[in-house]
Design a protein around this ligand. Structure first.
Ligand code: TMP
Ligand code: MG
Length: 215
């Protein structure tokens, strides 16, 4: 990107347990950025449209079973296969707003018995490093008020509680720009918080090279 005259876009990630409002907030953020004249696009992981993503989708919908290490590596591969496109867009000055990333990858797999955090992190080492990761914080009681879980794998309150603990471990990492957002607020106030952090990150990222995650 350094040869380019223009400023790069920022890589912004939203994380959180299920029903925290990630998808809603990602689209509201992209819309707000675009309306203020800042090029922005949304991405999501898993991206179920690719060949690898279809394997993941079938697994999540309980239509297939995959060995736990294997599916972890497929989630990671599903991010790596998008890296050339992500870098190209960032270089073009487009800010990417991403619904889940490697942090979900680590939090969900390491919530399974027998998986260590460091083993889970390894395949994602070197991915484009987010300029900002916002964790939408919602306690289980508030999440329960938002309705029942769906039918997909991992959508049980016992598992999600362990996932939350793993996210808390990941948030201790000072090399990542974590910001905790109170997702119990109404949609507009959550959006305001997210927009403020994002504008700050976009301004800073313009003059910095894209980093490598966990390396
Ligand atoms: P979604 O509901 O946002 O489409 O995510 C699908 C599920 O996949 C969700 O329960 C979180 C889980 N997941 C992983 O287990 N590993 C990953 O790397 C990612 C991105 C998601
Ligand atoms: Mg889901």
């Amino acid at each position: 990107w350094s040869e380019m005259a223009g400023k790069r876009g920022a890589l912004i990630v939203l994380e959180g347990v299920d029903r925290a409002g990630k998808t809603t907030q990602c689209s509201k953020l992209v819309q707000a950025l675009q309306q203020s004249g800042r090029p922005a696009e949304m991405m999501r992981f898993p991206d179920r449209t690719t060949t690898i993503g279809q394997l993941i989708g079938a697994y999540l919908e309980n239509k297939s079973d995959l060995e736990d290490h294997t599916v972890h590596l497929l989630f990671s591969a599903n991010r790596w296969e998008m890296v050339p496109l992500m870098k190209k867009k960032l270089e073009q000055g487009i800010t990417l707003v991403v619904d889940r990333y490697a942090f979900s990858g680590v939090a969900f797999t390491s919530a399974k018995p027998g998986f260590r955090l460091d083993w889970c992190m390894q395949p994602d080492v070197g991915l484009p490093k987010p300029d900002l990761v916002m964790f939408l914080q919602l306690n289980p009681a508030e999440a329960a008020l938002r309705g029942q879980f769906g039918q997909e794998r991992y959508e049980t309150s016992v598992f999600q509680r362990t996932v939350q603990q793993r996210f808390e471990q990941l948030m201790k990492d000072q090399t990542v720009n974590w910001q905790v957002i109170d997702a119990a607020q109404n949609i507009e106030n959550v959006h305001k918080d997210i927009t403020a952090h994002s504008l700050n990150a976009i301004n800073k990222a313009q003059n910095l090279p894209l980093g490598e995650l966990w390396s």
